[in-house]
Ligand binder design. Structure first.
Ligand SMILES: Nc1ncnc2c1ncn2[C@@H]1O[C@H](COP(=O)(O)OP(=O)(O)OP(=O)(O)O)[C@@H](O)[C@H]1O
Ligand SMILES: [Mg+2]
Length: 338
């Protein structure tokens, strides 16, 4: 926690205790966490006070604390009061990576949840396998791809992690060009991208024949819609095969696009990304399209790395993407290749 937050937190804790006391529902704030987007206070109510009585006071508490909304819930810490952090802060990638090292095999670091827990994705698990990243321009898709790529190369030795990077704009992965995890530099030309896909399908078939699945090969694609539109039917078919059968061969696809619309990405393709990471979108219709289901409220996200992780079940997990800029990544990978 930054030192300058302390007076604010103490003020808010005092407000909470004062409101509760005034309404004859006394309790004490015993601690809390300051997350990148949300602050959580742990409340220890007096023994005779019911949770429902505290929940009924949420509007009065929000008013006294001058926060737009206050969510009151119960978890293992007791009663939790959750409200917006007035100083939302970026999450630095390198210190967070250090905190979670050594990474488990085939695992990527994504960011930090609002309970301050690091959020990671284990590619070999069937609930992850392939990841579709969606969100409007500026939501932080390319930054998220770079974070994933950075964690894969900085967190795993080259013999345990192979990367293929496709990016028509040629910027997202440029800092990784010299890394030994890449057998070829990031590809931006459409014909060459199509060639990479074809040869990856051949690798998958060869691995299938001898029941091989190591080392993992991760295909990272920025601007998936561009790739599919310029590559046409063959690219769609090859991608779909990789998505349907890649996992058993240790091949994983992580792709970003602004809108995973049916007009561009086939239903079969979209259905084969078990995990979706959704950043800010502009409308609730776009939220539905990006998440593959309703009710996620992705249009209310803040942008710049504010993301939801959405997989099979109903639960969504909100997190702030850890950030590393291209220059910082180039420097850290140069250190590694020395
Ligand atoms: N996790 C983050 N933390 C802090 N700032 C971020 C984060 N992600 C993105 N940003 C900021 O937002 C800008 C836009 O991010 P990015 O280029 O990743 O967006 P995008 O979704 O790829 O947009 P486009 O669809 O236009 O390619 C970045 O240059 C950076 O300044
Ligand atoms: Mg981008």
């Amino acid at each position: 926690m930054s030192r300058s937050m302390r007076p604010y937190l103490e003020y808010q804790a005092d407000r909470v205790e004062a409101v509760l006391a005034a309404h004859r529902a006394p309790g004490r704030i015993t601690g809390g966490t300051v997350g990148p987007r949300l602050i959580r206070f742990f409340l220890n109510p007096a023994p005779h006070i019911r949770l429902a009585a505290i929940k009924r006071l949420s509007e009065d508490l929000a008013l006294a604390m001058r926060v737009p909304t206050l969510r009151i819930d119960r978890d293992t810490e007791g009663v939790v009061l959750e409200f917006a952090n007035p100083n939302p802060r970026p999450v630095d990638f390198l210190p967070l990576l250090e905190r979670v090292m050594p990474l488990p095999p085939a695992t990527a670091l994504l960011g930090l949840g609002d309970n301050n827990a690091p959020i990671m994705a284990r590619l070999s698990s069937p609930e992850v396998a392939h990841i579709l990243i969606a969100g409007t321009t500026g939501s932080g898709k390319s930054a998220l791809l770079r974070t994933i790529a950075a964690s894969l190369v900085l967190g795993h030795p080259p013999q345990a992690m192979r990367l293929l990077c496709l990016d028509p704009k040629g910027r997202t992965f440029a800092a990784l060009a010299a890394m030994p995890h890449l057998s070829r530099p990031p590809v931006s030309a459409p014909e060459e991208s199509a060639e990479v896909l074809r040869s990856l399908v051949r690798t998958m078939e060869a691995r299938d024949r001898c029941n091989e699945h190591a080392p993992p090969i991760v295909l990272l694609i920025d601007e998936l819609a561009d790739l599919v539109m310029t590559g046409g039917q063959p690219v769609t078919e090859e991608l779909t095969r990789l998505l349907q059968r890649g996992r058993e061969a240790g091949i994983h696809v992580i792709a970003a696009t602004q809108r995973p619309s049916a007009a561009i990405l086939s239903g079969l393709m979209r259905a084969n990304f078990p995990l979706r990471l959704v950043g800010r979108v502009v409308s609730s219709q776009d939220a539905q399209m990006a998440a593959g289901r309703g009710g996620t409220h992705a249009h209310l996200l803040e942008g710049r790395g504010d993301f939801l992780a959405i997989s099979g079940g109903d639960a969504t997990l909100r997190f702030q993407v850890a950030y590393i800029d291209a220059e910082e990544l180039r420097r850290s990978s140069a250190k590694l290749t020395l």
